[in-house]
Design a protein around this ligand. Structure first.
Ligand code: 5GP
Ligand code: MN
Length: 338
């Protein structure tokens, strides 16, 4: 964090404030972990803080300390509206464009509060008074640790915050294996463990929670895998019917796309998941090396993210979306060569 941002934030926090801390729609481990960690810290500093999410999050994140305190716009629209309207300060974490907040977008656009953005995605929008953006950091949760440090606040690091931030760092780094995992990440992790994060228990709570339905859905997904060797690309489709047959629950498809990327010679993997309720195809993109799925998703899927992990959506049917994808690939043949 640069010195100007640090002093600007210190100024904003120099008296007790009404604060709302917000994560993105379909919050993942990093959104939940970073928002809860920051909220706990700010509360200890004497502020009135609410953690707000646009919609619900998967069961495998519900055990996280203080996760039950989260207000969800989709369930409590009136309360959420009041919170946003009455806030002095709004922290937005793990996203950098207000269109990532679903139904909250309109409320945020007219809020009188000052905004502080903490995020590691590429190309932040310009809506915040203070912007702490760093695309080299593996997770927003690690940034919250640096944020506390910059405010001389590491004395406030308790076992709840340690656990919350550990979840965010672990999930966004694929358990410490993606390239953005650095020596600093491991030093931060060491300090979280010293502060009370139980690494082994956290790992089990997140990853050893498979239901038979989820494993069957994974089987279906892997059966649908298509490999396009000319483009070092693999894709997976899951239809609404396949989701229904396997009693789909939120979070069940998390990580499926990584199986496609795990094949030797594949540098680009993509999963298309039909969502009849929202009338969209939800798309997750992953890559290895220089091929930017952030750019790809921005160009074709009204989305974005990072160089090697991004998301987006299509408004065509599942079949049309796949046909369009296959027709686009020749334009990227060179970038996809290895
Ligand atoms: P996932 O595929 O797991 O939903 O998302 C992968 C990464 O891309 C995450 O860091 C997520 O925050 C980001 N992402 C997902 N969907 C979108 C989107 O629609 N817009 C932008 N800008 N980022 C997204
Ligand atoms: Mn993140």
């Amino acid at each position: 964090m640069n010195p100007e941002s640090i002093s600007a934030v210190k100024n904003l926090l120099n008296s007790p404030k009404n604060i709302v801390v917000i994560g993105h729609k379909n919050p993942d481990g990093d959104a939940i972990g970073s928002c809860l960690g920051l909220s706990n810290f700010l509360r200890q500093k004497g502020h009135h803080v609410t953690t707000l999410m646009p919609n619900d999050f998967p069961d495998f994140l519900k055990w996280i300390p203080e996760a039950t305190d989260i207000t969800t716009y989709e369930k409590e629209a009136e309360k959420s509206k009041e919170l946003v309207t009455n806030a002095d300060l709004i922290f937005t974490l793990d996203f950098n464009a207000l269109n990532r907040t679903g139904g909250l977008q309109g409320l945020l656009e007219i809020a009188k509060a000052k905004f502080v953005l903490i995020d590691h995605h590429q190309q932040p929008d310009d809506y915040a008074t203070v912007i702490y953006s760093d695309v080299t950091i593996c997770s927003t949760s690690q940034m919250v640790y640096h944020f506390m440090d910059a405010l001389d606040g590491l004395d406030f690091l308790n076992s709840e915050i340690a656990t919350q931030l550990y979840v965010g760092i672990m999930t966004d780094t694929g358990s410490f294996r993606f390239p953005a995992t650095t020596a600093t990440t491991h030093r931060v992790i060491a300090s979280l463990i010293e502060a009370g994060a139980n690494n082994s228990e956290i790992h089990q709570n997140i990853y050893d929670t498979n239901s038979p339905d989820r494993l069957k859905l994974l089987g279906t997904a892997l059966n649908n895998l298509v490999i396009l060797p000319d483009y070092h690309t693999a894709f997976i489709t899951i239809s609404q019917e396949e989701l229904n047959t396997n009693n789909f629950k939120k979070g069940d498809t998390e990580g499926f796309v990584n199986y496609a990327l795990s094949m030797k010679g594949v540098v680009f993997a993509i999963i298309f998941i039909e969502n009849k309720k929202e009338n969209i195809i939800k798309i997750s993109l992953r890559s290895k090396g220089d091929f930017s799925v952030n750019e790809f998703s921005r160009s074709y899927y009204n989305g974005g993210g990072h160089t090697n992990a991004a998301g987006g959506r299509s408004h065509l049917s599942l079949t049309e979306t796949v046909a369009e994808f296959i027709s686009i690939l020749p334009n990227h043949k060179e970038a996809l060569s290895i």
